[in-house]
Design a protein around this ligand. Sequence first.
Ligand code: ZN
Length: 295
Amino acid sequence: MTDPTTPVAWGIRLSKLWLQAGQSFPVDVKTLALDFTKQKFEDPIGVVVNHGIDGIDGMLSKRKKHKDWCISFDENVAIPGRINFTIAHEFGHYLLHRTLRDDFKCSQAEMMDYDSLESKRIESQANVFASYLLMPRTDFEQQITGQEVTFDLLGNCAERYKTSLTATALKWLEFTHEAAMLVVADSDDFICWTFCSQLAKRLGCYKAPGEMIPPSVVEYLQTNTADRRIPRRVAPGIWHATAETIESVVVSDQYEQKIFLLRFPYASNVVYEEEEEKDAFAVLSEKSKGLNWKK
Ligand SMILES: [Zn+2]
């Protein structure tokens, strides 16, 4: 079997490999990266260690002496699930980009900056790889089937995959047929970035960075600090011109950010045709033999 060439294909293949070796979620990226690359490449990932450098979440560096690569990460990151995603992100750079450069230094701001004009192609590719490796769509769909998607439900998934709430919500938005979006705002209620599902994009839900959170929403949040996470109905004309919105909010103390999960279940009757799956992969069971992973 030839090696994948895209982030999606690599992510799907390695995720399947992990499960076919009898492992369960979350994917232990450290073990997978070390064992898989040792078996397969002459310049494998030799170590995955913490580096404790503030402001740099993860690095991938070539070690010329050892003829291998080192993934290092900041172990002091307070947000659950971030480290696993960071290691997966660096593993993605290794698989997809190591011929381009000898070292990669990545911060969370870049990793999550899906919509920024400055976001680099390779950063986004490493994110895509990490999301497909850690949160396979089929399994994700099984976890949420028939349930209303809330921060609580996404939080359960984040725990299952050992990913951050934000990364998990973004993954859901990538594949959902619902009209929904994530809006992240700073402590002054300016929007930092927005990520829309396909349908939300088509319905014009997008909010540009720099726009303000609607004043009535800000007011509500100031007076209802206890139950912001509980979904509430917001009238048309506030988040969307004509559609009612289901809004819930998580406040991230560390970054003083507000993360809004906005759903537009009554927005329209647009028929949404499912895109064909772009990646189909053969069974990989033979590939998982010989990898000594503990159950
Ligand atoms: Zn990166």
